[in-house]
Design a protein around this ligand. Structure first.
Ligand code: KG4
Ligand code: ZN
Length: 370
């Protein structure tokens, strides 16, 4: 089974061909970084126009690289939300048109589900598993029980973590996208202990019940520290110290919130992981997955690696190119859905918000997009 996947929900124009034997035949991603750089962030209208300009070529490139014709596909999967709806419509309409013209199944993919299912493409992880999804638009803790069945245990009540990285980096005078630049700058810190003493930062919601996140107070604290620095140009040494303190604080917040989720998961799902040997093979260990663009951050990865090891869980993080937005994850979500006959009709609508767990209480903050 071969599926073409199309992704246009944010600032990556992407298309890929993936088959049900986990082969990625092609994975074309065009980042619009340069288009948005001058604005210091993603501008929805600019993104939608850029998707329109480039999507045809990206799809052609993905089909050529996979050496396959549209008629050899089993289906077309396109992101239908959540995301910037102008961009989503571009990819969704292209996908529907290809499906209609070649009489193929169409799968309208929830972008968050695609991130959540990526470890099944890369590592064949079995349900149920625990996920931390951290990107520019989302910060969620989820349990994946099955395709289409997710429990959302935590989400941000204000900013998403990637957004907090980007805005803090901007205040520090670092270019867009802020996350990777802030991580680079933190490596320049000469005295990590002193940096943390110099720039104390709050740990919002630390120790509170539940697994929700909050990052807007952290962002404000970064601004307050910057305002107290001597007037004039920001000095590299100060920014390196502040970047280090910021990253260390973020890791501590994540550790606190994820630890709660792990304890709950190991308790509520214990029957899914019988101890001992099964048919001569070791029983499945519970798995923890981190995905989304912020999962590229090594401080955060290392912290999660040791946290999950302490709880005897498998730690999985998809390779970086499959953590950030891409077409392969959309195509794979299409494979998983088509295998279960979960296809969509061509009148499915684009959805700017589309929670994975419809029973979870909605949050109203700026970063709570689903
Ligand atoms: O998943 P993604 O590519 O797109 C969205 O769906 O949002 O995530 C992009 C986000 C941006 O906020 C970017 O700054 C952040 O991921 N990011 C990082 C790093 N690399 C990307 N944040 C922290 N450290 C990094 N190394
Ligand atoms: Zn994403």
């Amino acid at each position: 089974m071969k599926i073409l996947g199309i992704e246009t929900s944010c600032d990556e124009t992407a298309a890929a061909v993936v088959s049900d034997d986990h082969t990625i035949h092609s994975n074309m991603v065009l980042s619009q970084l340069e288009d948005h750089k001058i604005f210091g962030g993603v501008v929805p209208e600019v993104a939608a126009r850029a998707h329109l300009d480039h999507l045809d070529n990206i799809i052609k490139g993905a089909m050529d690289e996979a050496s396959i014709d549209f008629s050899e596909l089993d289906g077309v999967a396109a992101t239908c939300g959540p995301g910037l709806v102008g961009g989503v419509m571009v990819g969704m309409m292209a996908g529907k048109a290809i499906a209609a013209a070649h009489n193929l199944s169409f799968i309208g993919v929830n972008h968050l589900e695609a991130h959540a299912l990526t470890p099944r493409l890369t590592d064949k992880v079995q349900f149920p598993y625990l996920i931390l999804l951290v990107s520019g638009g989302h910060t969620q803790i989820l349990v994946a029980e099955d395709v289409g069945v997710y429990k959302r245990w935590g989400t941000t009540i204000d900013d998403a973590l990637g957004e907090c990285f980007d805005k803090s980096a901007k205040m520090m005078g670092l270019g867009y996208p802020g996350g990777p630049n802030l991580e680079k700058m933190a490596k320049e810190c000469k005295d990590p202990e002193k940096a943390i003493e110099r720039f104390p930062l709050p740990l919002p919601l630390k120790g509170r019940a539940g697994c929700d996140f909050s990052f807007s107070g952290l962002k404000t604290a970064v601004r307050n520290h910057i305002e107290k620095l001597p007037e004039g140009d920001l000095q590299k040494e100060d920014i390196a110290d502040l970047a280090h303190a910021f990253q260390t604080t973020v890791a501590a917040i994540i550790e606190d919130r994820v630890k709660r989720a792990i304890e709950r998961f190991l308790d509520e799902y214990k029957n899914a992981f019988p101890q001992g040997l099964k048919d001569g093979q070791s029983a499945q260990k519970p798995a923890f997955v981190v995905s989304g663009g912020v999962a590229a951050n090594m401080t955060i990865r290392d912290c999660l690696k040791s946290l999950t090891a302490r709880h005897n869980m498998d730690f999985m993080a998809p390779p970086l190119n499959l953590c950030s937005d891409n077409g392969a994850m959309i195509a794979w979500a299409g494979v998983e859905r088509l295998k279960r006959n979960m296809t969509d009709s061509l009148d499915i609508a684009a959805r700017p918000r589309w929670p994975l767990d419809p029973t979870a209480e909605p949050k109203v903050g700026g970063g709570a997009k689903a």
